[in-house]
Design a protein around this ligand. Structure first.
Ligand code: ZN
Length: 540
C-alpha cells in the first residue's frame, strides 16, 4: 500500500517534471537569422568572394518551401509571418490570418481566422519571461521585423507597426526607422501626430542613435534606431554613414544584453538589404551585405557554440533577382569558367549601385556615368553602353539605378539575373543546437519548430492574447476613432488600438499583449487578461 503510494507520488512528480520540461522547450535561447531575398546561388557567390566557408556552411539541415497562401512566389510580409507565427497567410499581411483566396489545391482558411492577429514566437517568449530582441538593417517597421513585432493588414502601415512595436514590450530593438517614432511636423515620418519617444523613455529604454552610443548602452532595454529610414548598405557605411553600427555589432550587442535574462531569450536578426541588392541586380551591394550577414551569423554561432542551450536558425524568406553564376555570355564557355572571370569584375566594385547613381546628380551625361562606373565599380564601359544605361534608367518609374546591374552585369560579369522581383524556389535552411529543424519544411512548419524549441503552445498563446471583444462582450463593445469602448455592468473600459493599455474606471492598466483592430472585418482583439479585468474577475 505504502509502496504503491510512493510509486504514484513519484509517477506524478515525473509527469509534472515532463510537463515542465515540455513547457520550457529544448532550447533556452533561440536566435533566428533571416537573409532577406537570398537563394542558394547568392550564398555560393558570397563564399567564392570570401574565399573561405561561410559561417553557416557547416550547419546545413534542410530547405524551406516559401510559397504563401495566395502566391507561389512569396513576399516578405507573409513569408516572415509564417516564420513568426507558424501560419501561412496572404500577400501584404503582417501576422494576421489569411484572406479567402488561396492557391489551387490549398484549403480555404476558416472565416474566424481572416485578419485575426496571429501570436508570434516573440510574444510567446516574452510571456514566458524570456528576453526578446529584434535586429534589422532596414527600418524596424519593414516587413520581416514587423512580422515578429506587430499585427496589421498591410506592410505599408508602418505608423501603426511602430506604435505596436513600442507597446510590445520587446527588450532590444536595433535597426533603422527612427522617423516613425516622431510626427511629420517634428521632422519625423508619423502621420498621426504622435510622439512615441516619451513612451519609450517612460518604459525605461535607452535610445542610442550611433554605434558608439550603442556600445556604451547598458540595457536591459534598448531601442536603438540609427537612421531616420533604412540604414546604409554595408558597402557604403564607411563613407555615407560612419556612425551606424554593423549588423554583426548590433547582433553581438543584442545577444550580450538579452543573455542576462535567467530564463533565456528570443532574438530575430534580419540581413534586410540582400533583398534590395537582388532587386537592383547589384552584385556589389549583394556580396557586401551577405558577408555582413555572415559576420552576424558568426556572432550568433560563437555564442551558441560555447553553450549547449542555444538554437541558431539561419534561413531566408524567399529568393530575389533569380541570380545565377553563368549568364547568356557563358552559353558555350561555362565549363571553362575561371575563378578570375567570376571574381575580377566584382573586385573593383566599391559602392552600391544606388550610391553610385545618387552621386551622379540630376540628368547625368554618358561621360559622367562612364567616369562614375569606372571609379565606383571599376568597369570600363563605352559611351554607347553608358547611353544604354541612361536609357533603361529613364524608362523606369522608380529606382533608376536598377539599370546599372541590368545593363552592365550581362556584359561585364558572368552573373545572370532573371528578374527585378522575387522568385519561388526553395531556400536553404541552416540550424545549430537543441531543437534544430531538419528536412524540407514549409514556412509555417519552420515557425512551428521555433515555437516548439521554446516550448510555446501557439494555440494556447493565441487564445490568451487575442480574444474577439465582440464575442467576449456581446452588444457592449464599439470601436471608433482608434479606440475600443466596452460598457460592462456600469463600468467603462477604453482600449486604444496598437497599444497595450486598458483604461478602466479612470485607471490605466498595462496589459500583457496588444489591442489589435482588424479594419477589414471590424473586429477588435484584446488579451484575455483585459477581459478578466473588465469583468472584475480576480487574478491578473
Ligand atoms: Zn523583396
Amino acid at each position: 500500500m505504502r509502496l504503491k503510494r510512493i510509486f504514484l507520488a513519484s509517477a506524478l512528480i515525473v509527469l509534472v517534471l515532463c510537463q515542465a520540461a515540455l513547457a520550457a522547450g529544448p532550447a533556452r535561447n533561440v536566435i533566428v537569422l533571416i537573409a532577406d531575398g537570398t537563394g542558394a546561388e547568392q550564398y555560393t557567390l558570397a563564399r567564392w568572394y570570401k574565399g573561405a566557408p561561410l559561417a553557416q556552411d557547416a550547419i546545413l539541415t534542410g530547405m524551406v518551401r516559401t510559397f504563401i497562401a495566395d502566391s507561389v512566389v512569396a513576399d516578405s510580409a507573409p513569408a516572415g509571418s509564417a516564420y513568426a507565427t507558424g501560419v501561412r497567410t496572404s500577400d501584404k499581411l503582417i501576422s494576421v490570418g489569411p484572406k479567402a483566396t488561396v492557391l489551387t489545391g490549398q484549403s480555404v482558411p476558416p472565416e474566424a481566422l481572416r485578419f485575426r492577429p496571429l501570436a508570434s514566437v516573440l510574444e510567446g517568449a516574452r510571456l514566458q519571461g524570456r528576453a526578446t530582441g529584434i535586429v534589422a538593417t532596414s527600418r524596424v517597421t519593414h516587413a520581416t521585423p514587423a512580422a515578429y513585432l506587430a499585427h496589421v493588414p498591410s506592410r505599408t502601415m508602418e505608423t501603426e507597426i511602430m506604435e505596436q512595436a513600442v507597446h510590445q514590450g520587446v527588450d532590444v530593438v536595433l535597426g533603422g526607422g527612427r522617423g516613425y517614432l516622431t510626427p511629420k511636423d517634428a521632422g519625423g515620418s508619423r502621420k498621426d501626430g504622435r510622439d512615441l519617444v516619451p513612451t519609450l523613455r517612460a518604459r525605461g529604454y535607452e535610445l542610442p542613435t550611433t554605434a558608439s552610443e550603442l556600445a556604451s548602452a547598458k540595457g536591459p532595454r534598448i531601442f536603438g534606431l540609427f537612421a531616420k529610414s533604412h540604414m546604409a548598405p554595408d558597402i557604403d557605411r564607411a563613407v555615407l554613414a560612419v556612425d551606424e553600427p554593423s549588423l554583426a555589432q548590433m547582433t553581438a550587442k543584442a545577444i550580450a544584453v538579452l543573455g542576462h535574462n535567467p530564463k533565456g531569450f528570443f532574438l530575430m536578426v534580419e540581413g534586410s538589404q540582400v533583398d534590395w541588392a537582388d532587386h537592383a541586380n547589384d552584385p556589389a551591394h549583394l556580396i557586401s551585405d551577405l558577408l555582413s550577414f555572415d559576420r552576424a551569423v558568426q556572432a550568433a554561432l560563437d555564442y551558441a557554440k560555447k553553450r549547449k542551450d542555444t538554437l541558431v536558425v539561419v534561413v531566408s524568406d524567399h529568393n530575389t533577382g533569380g541570380m545565377s553564376i553563368g549568364n547568356a555570355r557563358t552559353n558555350s564557355t561555362y565549363s571553362q569558367m575561371s575563378l578570375e572571370s567570376l571574381l575580377e569584375p566584382l573586385r573593383g566594385m566599391r559602392v552600391s549601385g544606388e550610391a553610385l547613381w545618387k552621386g551622379l546628380g540630376q540628368a547625368p551625361t554618358p561621360e559622367a556615368l562612364q567616369r562614375a562606373v569606372s571609379q565606383g565599380w571599376g568597369l570600363e564601359i563605352g559611351l554607347a553602353e553608358a547611353g544604354k544605361v541612361l536609357e533603361v534608367a529613364a524608362a523606369r518609374k522608380a529606382d533608376p539605378y536598377y539599370a546599372l546591374g541590368e545593363v552592365l552585369c550581362p556584359a561585364h560579369t558572368v552573373l545572370g539575373w532573371t528578374t527585378h522581383g522575387h522568385t519561388g524556389g526553395d531556400v536553404p535552411l541552416f540550424a545549430f543546437g537543441p531543437g534544430s529543424p531538419r528536412g524540407l519544411l514549409s514556412g509555417p512548419e519552420l515557425g512551428q519548430a521555433t515555437a516548439r524549441a521554446l516550448g510555446i503552445d501557439l494555440a494556447a498563446l493565441n487564445r490568451r492574447l487575442f480574444v474577439d471583444a465582440a464575442e467576449a462582450f456581446p452588444g457592449q463593445a464599439s470601436f471608433a476613432d482608434g479606440v475600443l469602448r466596452i460598457e460592462h455592468k456600469g463600468r467603462l473600459a477604453e482600449l486604444a488600438a496598437n497599444t497595450d493599455i486598458l483604461r478602466l474606471d479612470g485607471r490605466e492598466i498595462r496589459l500583457e499583449g496588444l489591442v489589435v483592430h482588424a479594419p477589414d472585418t471590424g473586429r477588435t482583439y484584446i488579451p484575455q487578461q483585459a477581459v478578466r479585468r473588465i469583468r472584475g474577475q480576480a487574478g491578473k
